[in-house]
Design a protein around this ligand. Structure first.
Ligand code: BYC
Length: 330
């Protein structure tokens, strides 16, 4: 049950259509900085954009379990294994909150998973890269979860209530994830020369893909302007990317690891770190399905879904039995 999620729906599908009074109510809610809730009338495009973004976000969380899940059996100690298992489980939980948020907009989890499995919805480009060494667990935590935090903290103020509220808890967990990644790298960086080199190699491979996570440059981002006007996005892709670089550079110094960008330098005028050009051809190639692990990730996801069919069937049978028993008692 959400804040104002009671009473009859305003229109049959909940969309404002072109009814000026409903559209005006929607706009006034946005202008006042209040939240749009599931039963509020909303423009069809707002609903569609949210379903697209929340679904992509949910898919990223569950596909994102794969690169790290790959290292659970090979973690270097029991402590590391327990931490990594907890982190991967958190990601499953994030997927769950997000699919639940999308359900409040009328898109079922089943429908969204089918779209993912059929290649009709995206997930984050970052999860199409392989995890080759243990240091990659550090790089994912520090850089990938670091980028996720920078991107997601503003979504806690997103105009759509269920998405914003889901994000509050997710961000708390992401902060812990980033710290564990930093701690893995810090340990390796202080270790012997080959451990330090392993950490550096991971940073060399994950740095540029992490910058790509923020999405295309603003002048090639078709959704940004409308999403910002609707309060779904609070900052542009480039603004958040810059914020991430500014946050990471001093942390890399503490880790005694180098960022693989010869153009990285402090700009005293802008008071930001300038960085070199991003290979957008690589990014768009990964989006098209040509990344190193795209096929593997989707094949594994489809297989997990098929293997899990009996769990869904058992849960549904149990729910049906529960409903029948409750009805018999009443
Ligand atoms: N990868 O107009 P734009 C995590 C797509 S999970 C793939 O700028 P928008 C974690 C974009 O969707 C992190 N696709 O789009 C989990 C759009 O697609 P359509 C996931 C990308 O939506 C486990 C098209 O390109 N975080 O952290 O305004 C373990 C044009 O782009 C990417 C979220 O999902 C990309 N990197 O902005 C560890 C956060 N970038 O229209 C960690 C929520 C863009 O062709 N999402 N596209 O279907 C957002 O904030 C926004 O959707 C984006 C893109 C900033 C990603």
């Amino acid at each position: 049950m959400y804040g104002n999620d009671f009473g009859p729906k305003i229109t049959a599908d909940g969309d404002a259509g072109d009814d000026p009074a409903l559209l005006d109510g929607f706009q006034r809610t946005l202008d006042a900085g209040d939240r749009i809730e599931p039963r509020d009338a909303m423009p069809a495009g707002y609903r569609k954009t949210l379903i697209r973004q929340i679904a992509q976000h949910a898919h990223s969380e569950i596909i994102g379990m794969q690169p790290e899940g790959n290292w659970i059996t090979r973690a270097p100690s029991l402590r590391r294994k327990a931490i990594l298992m907890a982190k991967v489980q958190d990601e499953a939980g994030h997927g769950l909150y997000l699919y639940a948020a999308a359900e409040t907009l009328g898109a079922s989890r089943e429908e969204l998973l089918n779209l993912l499995h059929d290649g009709k919805q995206k997930y984050s480009s970052i999860f199409n890269y392989p995890t080759l060494t243990w240091a990659d667990m550090g790089a994912i935590g520090w850089l990938v979860d670091g980028a996720a935090i920078v991107n997601q903290v503003p979504i806690c103020r997103c105009s759509y209530g269920p998405y914003a509220r889901a994000m509050v808890r997710i961000c708390k967990e992401e902060s812990f994830h980033q710290r564990q990644g930093f701690e893995i790298l810090d340990t390796l960086s202080r270790g012997n020369p080959s451990q330090h080199a392993m950490a550096q190699d991971a940073i060399d491979r994950w740095w540029w893909p992490s910058l790509m996570m923020f999405g295309p440059p603003d002048d090639q981002s078709p959704n940004s302007a409308q999403s910002m006007a609707w309060g779904i996005k609070r900052f542009s892709n480039d603004e958040l990317r810059q914020r991430f670089v500014d946050m990471i550079v001093p942390q890399a110094k503490i880790l005694r690891l180098a960022l693989p960008d010869p153009d990285l330098r402090w700009n005293a005028e802008t008071e930001h770190w300038d960085f070199g050009p991003i290979d957008w051809a690589e990014f768009f190639g990964v989006l098209k399905g040509d990344g190193p692990c795209n096929e593997q990730r989707i094949a594994h996801r489809r297989g997990a879904h098929t293997d899990g069919a009996w769990v869904r069937e058992a849960a549904l049978a149990y729910a049906d039995k529960h409903v029948a028993r409750t009805a018999a008692v009443a």
